[in-house]
Design a protein around this ligand. Structure first.
Ligand code: XMP
Length: 528
């Protein structure tokens, strides 16, 4: 099974064969940072298919298994003889060694997890500009005890005698460490060496080549037919709207469904921006009453999400019929979604699909699979950071391209308990103050998210000479790399004070502000 679809026009220069490492996608991103296109495929991809795709190089990822485990993942043994340069990373290197006649054993007492200085023995080819003594990130319980015929050592560490190896004749390379992670000081130099010196790739994966190709592909796919796009104002759908507008102009209709759970001023901002300023055809659908009435009396967060998701689909279907007919539906699907839903790997023992990584989003507002549209998904090969660059190059401002993540169900999941218009108004006002103050402090881009949550309990306070009995607002501000783990942000006390004062003084119905100092895990970022 592969997740390289026949519709893909562009072949990858570097293919990553995924053995279940949490870093497989990261390797692909790092290769693309060198302006070389890469894709992730299953470790089970047959050598024949690899030949058909004809990448200039292959990288074998790490993985959680041991090569001598029963049922450990194994690639097609013919790949060593294809003549395509191969770099094995961690498990990938151990597999290479084991399959080619070397020996891998548990590194008893010498397992390495974390940073280790790499001592370079041969500073050529793979290790050009990789400083001897610099840090590389290790994570292995096994190590190579003897090399297969034809291999030589390129580097070692204090605990690992074969930390980087090569068979120059066959263009096979292996590293015991993870050059792709940020903690590996010269990891990018190593990746660049493999990509350029060893595989002789050309730097042709740039934002402008992507935009040019994507526009051509969309025009070819869509012809003179009509396309519908559900615009949310997030980075992905906004970038898609700009890209499609450039490709097919007024054949594109965007639908913006206002479910009433957006931040203060957001619907006006979006309509003004897309429709008025850039003359992109956006149909504004005011569905506020429909959504809030469906949530009457609903307290359970999962039920809220389901109701909002189902209502979104209903509104979308009705409106697409009213505005249509449309032939195509444009979706802002990104590459991590493609990898996740395809699942690059199959468990050799159970035959079941194995997820590449833990799911990064629990999105609602997704569209049903059985809608009668053909799909246009020009961003399906991009990572999030690449989408941002494309958005920027198409003229989207930082205000959209670098905005914080915002959940599909919006403020409805930031009000605990029943959602009412009164609570929504209150939370919107508090949220605006948080946004304004974080932006004024210059810290907006230093944090992952900063927002307000409304708790449906009252506590006593005093304002002027009067006793108050009102809701608290929780201030949640976290730093994170990807939303999977997070830490609470150490905001300056003066900023916290300013936010708290403004909320209590300016927001009707609130008499207390609380700062959430829980990391994730064990907390989540949203409260729900
Ligand atoms: P949690 O609360 O699970 O959130 O720690 C992790 C990240 O995901 C965002 N989030 C969502 N994003 N649709 C989205 O696109 C959703 O339904 C959704 N729910 C949570 C959340 O804001 C955080 O950045």
């Amino acid at each position: 099974m592969s997740n390289l679809q026949p519709d893909d026009q562009r072949k990858p220069s570097i293919l990553i064969l995924d053995f279940g490492s949490q870093y497989s996608e990261l390797i692909a991103r790092r290769v693309r940072e060198t302006e070389v296109f890469s894709l992730v495929m299953s470790y089970q991809t047959p050598a024949e298919e690899l030949l058909r795709i004809a990448p200039k190089g292959i990288i074998l990822s790490g993985g959680p298994s041991s090569v001598y485990d029963v049922g450990a993942p194994v690639c097609d043994p013919s790949i060593w003889n294809l003549g395509i340069p191969i770099l094995g990373v961690c498990y990938g290197m151990q597999l290479m060694v084991q399959q080619l006649g070397g020996r891998v054993e548990p590194a008893i007492g010498k397992a390495e997890y974390g940073k280790a200085p790499l001592l370079v023995d041969d500073p050529k080819q793979l290790l050009i500009n990789v400083e001897s003594g610099s840090t590389m990130w290790m994570s292995h319980g096994d190590s190579v005890q003897s090399l297969p015929n034809g291999f030589v050592r390129l580097a070692h560490t204090l605990n690992t005698s074969e930390a980087a190896i090569a068979d120059h004749q066959r263009h096979l390379y292996g590293v015991q460490f993870h050059p792709e992670v940020v903690h590996s000081e010269h990891g990018m130099a190593l990746i660049r060496n493999f990509v350029y010196h060893i595989c002789t790739c050309e730097p042709d994966w740039t934002t402008s080549t992507f935009v040019e190709e994507a526009i051509g592909n969309v025009r070819e796919q869509v012809g003179d037919k009509k396309v519908l796009l559900a615009l949310s104002g997030g980075v992905d759908s906004s970038t898609l709207a700009f890209l499609l507008n450039k490709a097919i102009g007024n054949q594109l209709t965007c639908m913006f469904i206002d479910q009433g759970f957006m931040r203060k001023g957001e619907p006006e901002f979006l309509m003004n921006f897309f429709d008025q300023k850039f003359h992109i055809n956006v149909e504004y659908i005011n569905a506020r009453e429909r959504f809030i009435s469906k949530l009457k009396g609903v307290i359970d967060p999962e039920e809220k999400r389901k109701i909002i998701g189902a209502e979104f689909i209903r509104v979308f279907e009705e409106e697409s019929i009213r505005l249509g007919p449309f032939d195509y539906l444009a979706q802002g699907t990104l590459y991590p979604d493609v990898i996740e839903s395809a699942g690059t790997n199959v468990d050799p023992q159970t035959g079941e699909r194995v997820a590449v990584k833990i799911k990064s989003h629990h999105n609602v507002g997704g569209l049903p699979k059985d809608l009668q549209f053909k799909l246009v998904e020009p961003l399906r090969r991009l990572f999030k950071d690449e989408v941002r660059k494309v958005g920027q190059s198409l003229g989207l401002p930082d205000e959209i391209v670098r905005r914080h993540p915002f959940p599909g169900p919006g403020l409805a999941i930031r009000i605990l308990g029943e959602v009412t218009n009164q609570k929504l108004n209150c939370l919107r006002d508090a949220d605006l103050i948080v946004r304004e103050e974080i932006q004024n402090s210059g810290l907006y881009h230093n944090v992952w998210q900063a927002f307000a949550v409304l708790l449906p309990v009252c506590s006593v306070g005093v304002m002027g000479d009067k006793r108050t009995y009102a809701w608290p607002i929780v201030l949640r501000c976290v730093s994170s790399e990807d939303g999977m783990t997070a830490d609470w942000s150490r905001l300056p006390y003066d900023l916290l004070e300013c936010i708290s004062n403004r909320i209590v003084n300016e927001v009707e119905g609130v008499n207390r502000v609380i700062y959430d100092i829980t990391s994730k895990p064990p907390g989540t970022i949203e409260w729900e």
